[in-house]
Design a protein around this ligand. Structure first.
Ligand code: FRU
Length: 466
């Protein structure tokens, strides 16, 4: 199914990728083992799933504007999370209900068919605040039988179909099947500026009934973006990215937050939410999404932050942002631990001296205090009670992030050309950040730790000829 607007957009995307792609590809800050946009802008991971032999990763893609622009669903697929095919854009803003952006959403896979639920963004012309008026946030369903093209696209719900008392901001459907039914959660902002989730139920994937609201007893931010709700090892978790949570010294240090509540009881009836735990304490982590892969739950996040006051100099080369590596979530009581998926380890080459690395995987046993300097740019320091991440240079406006931690025992750091993903105590806390060392800068200087370091190979990303 394609329409004239889609065909025009297809040609425009192909042209901008052809014309601007080489400049982006030549940037020394281009990542070796993280998914990036070919050109332009990337934000949230969308529609993560496994369909047959393929993992699919869609992402919010702004091909025409390095600072955002109108969102499409970019598309990668892989059989092993290491060799990727870049596929044509899956969803274009080509319907009346998504004309100003195909916003975030999720995938449900059933009998080899992919059901992609997303938010269609529409901004009406006029003098509006676009919060309480002037914006349509529509829930839509695109169906794909081959995992590469869209067979049908249907509008399911508009703002008037959502409960009363909400602003126009209702978005980011996450859908799953359970007990012979289908469930959907969406993030919402109320008229009195409280973040919450809406739960819907369906028997046919198309007609949805509102069930109830999930919220905290006391307000927690004004909007909850990109919700996810899943059961891991017997415990339910509500993952979301709340906006408007007040900053603290060692928590909620970013402009917007991202984390989870343990959910007790039943999300369809009596429930309560436990204490919110941040998913990452670095500068650049937002809007993660999880999916079930056999017995494990995998997650990708966006290694970026909306409206941040720090920047990414890659903008000069016509591209911005990347996804995190795939991570596996494990449960420990009411907490989630997060570690790189085992596949990432397969990119390790030879073990080498820390003084010579640029793109690396590092494991360390740490003494009670110590310090590491990465490529003469980023500094990680730890002592009893506190871990800090700061920059000698190359932070591009990033300052300091603090983690309250009784004692650091182990450390794993994935370093790519322009990012660090830091896992403390086997994934109890993590810090993800972009950084921009001098291209020739190399080496990790270590004190207070015993380290092993491997050089990392590049993921293979090829353009699919379809
Ligand atoms: C989160 C978000 C989502 C929205 C999308 C638009 O980063 O704001 O709520 O669907 O990005 O690109």
């Amino acid at each position: 199914m394609s329409n004239a607007l889609q065909r025009d957009l297809e040609r425009l995307v192909a042209r901008v990728e052809r014309e601007d792609g080489p400049q982006a590809a030549a940037d020394p800050r281009r990542q070796q083992y993280h998914l990036m946009p070919p050109v332009g802008w990337l934000n949230d991971p969308n529609g993560l799933c496994r369909c047959g032999d393929w993992y699919h990763v869609f992402y919010q893609y702004g091909p025409f504007d390095v600072t955002g622009g109108v969102k499409h669903w970019g598309h990668y697929r892989s059989k092993d999370l290491l060799h990727w095919e870049a596929l044509p854009v899956m969803l274009y803003p080509d319907q009346p209900w998504d004309i100003h952006g195909v916003y975030s959403g999720s995938a449900l896979v059933e009998d080899g068919v992919m059901y992609l639920y997303y938010t269609g963004n529409v901004k009406h012309a006029g003098d509006y605040d676009y919060i309480k008026a002037g914006r349509g946030h529509n829930t839509a369903l695109a169906v794909s039988r081959d995992g590469v093209t869209v067979a049908s696209n249907t509008l399911l719900m508009e703002n008037r179909d959502y409960p009363n008392g909400l602003t126009c901001h209702v978005r980011d459907p996450k859908v799953w099947a359970q007990d012979g039914k289908y469930y959907m959660v969406q993030g919402a902002r109320t008229l009195d500026d409280q973040g919450q989730l809406l739960v819907f139920e369906s028997t046919d994937k198309v007609n949805w009934t509102f069930l109830q609201v999930l919220k905290t007893p006391r307000p927690f931010g004004y909007m909850w973006e990109c919700p996810d709700l899943f059961c891991l090892d017997g415990q339910w978790f509500l993952l979301c990215s709340p906006q408007g949570v007040p900053h603290e010294e060692t928590r909620f240090q970013n402009v917007y937050s991202c984390g989870y509540f343990p959910l007790y009881g039943d999300f369809r009836g009596e429930y309560s939410l436990g204490e919110f735990v941040e998913m990452d304490l670095g500068f650049d982590f937002y809007a993660p999404q999880t999916f079930q892969d056999g017995t494990r739950r995998l997650m990708f996040g966006w290694m970026g932050m909306p409206d941040a006051d720090y920047t990414n100099p890659t903008v000069d080369s016509g591209w911005q942002h990347c996804l995190t590596v795939p991570c596996e979530l494990r449960r420990e009581g009411d907490r989630l631990l997060r570690l790189p998926a085992v596949e990432v380890t397969a990119l390790r080459g030879a073990a080498i001296a820390p003084e010579t690395v640029k793109v690396f995987d590092l494991e360390a046993y740490t003494q009670s205090s110590g310090r590491m300097v990465f490529r003469n740019a980023a500094v990680l320091e730890w002592q009893e009670g506190l871990v800090t991440l700061s920059f000698l240079q190359g932070g591009a406006g990033r300052t300091v992030r603090r983690v309250a931690l009784e004692r650091l025992h182990t450390l794993r750091v994935l370093g790519d050309s322009s990012s660090l993903e830091i896992f403390l105590n086997n994934g109890v806390e993590t810090l993800s950040t972009r950084y921009y060392p001098q291209p020739e800068a190399q080496g990790v200087c270590v004190s207070g730790a015993e380290v092993r370091v491997w050089e990392m190979g590049a993921m293979q990303v090829t353009k699919a000829e379809i």
